[in-house]
Write a protein that binds this ligand. Structure first.
Ligand code: IMP
Ligand code: MG
Length: 181
């Protein structure tokens, strides 16, 4: 645990607060999608822990699928370049799709994915993001479900990484700027 804590400035969202909010989101999503058997699309890799907790907290039938997108490389500044590294396994035509994201920062990644998925004739596409940094938005994008709005700090943990590290932290932490600058 010692090495993991290196570089962390402070805890922004505790493990308890995350679990409470995930349960609330799951309750809302379960009510909104009752009888619709939605497809939860997890955007790898950052969304994997959120998806796992959200999926287990849902009280309705649903399926999961995964997409991997390149956005940042190893840095902490959005390149604006989005590329599909792994596409969905199944056709989504007629399905109610719920995109599950770790964080919406500039919005470029999710805007690209939504545009791409909409060409495949799904019944609906909505977005559920654990975190949102509204002050950083470059494209207009209103997520349907937002766990927490956060300030413009680089955060890690609960699936979110810096250069592939820190994903396994059970809380959302703020990285010391000297780690990435
Ligand atoms: P966007 O295209 O700028 O909205 O970037 C979204 C993606 O950038 C997310 O899926 C994350 O992988 C990554 N990202 C943005 N902000 C952070 C952060 O504070 N910590 C870790 N990853 C981040
Ligand atoms: Mg990432």
């Amino acid at each position: 645990m010692k090495t993991l804590l290196q570089g962390i400035d402070r805890v922004l969202i505790s493990q308890e607060a995350l679990q409470t909010r995930v349960a609330e989101l799951a309750e809302q999503i379960s009510a909104d999608y009752k009888g619709l058997n939605p497809l939860l699309v997890c955007v790898l890799k950052g969304g994997y822990i959120f998806l796992a907790d959200l999926s287990r907290a849902l009280s309705i039938n649903h399926a999961v699928d995964f997409m991997a997108i390149s956005s940042y490389g190893n840095g902490s500044v959005s390149s604006g370049v989005v590329r599909i590294l792994k596409d969905l396994d199944r056709d989504i035509s007629g399905r109610n799709v719920l995109l599950v994201e770790d964080i919406i920062d500039t919005g470029n990644t999710i805007a690209y994915i939504m545009e791409n998925l909409r060409t495949r004739q799904p019944a609906s596409v909505r977005v559920c993001t654990l975190l949102s940094k509204p002050s950083r938005r470059e494209v207009f994008l209103q997520a349907d479900y937002v766990g927490f709005e956060i300030p413009n700090d680089f955060v890690i943990g609960y699936g979110l990484d810096y250069a592939e590290a820190y994903r396994n932290l059970p809380y959302i932490g703020v990285l010391k700027p000297e780690v990435y600058s």
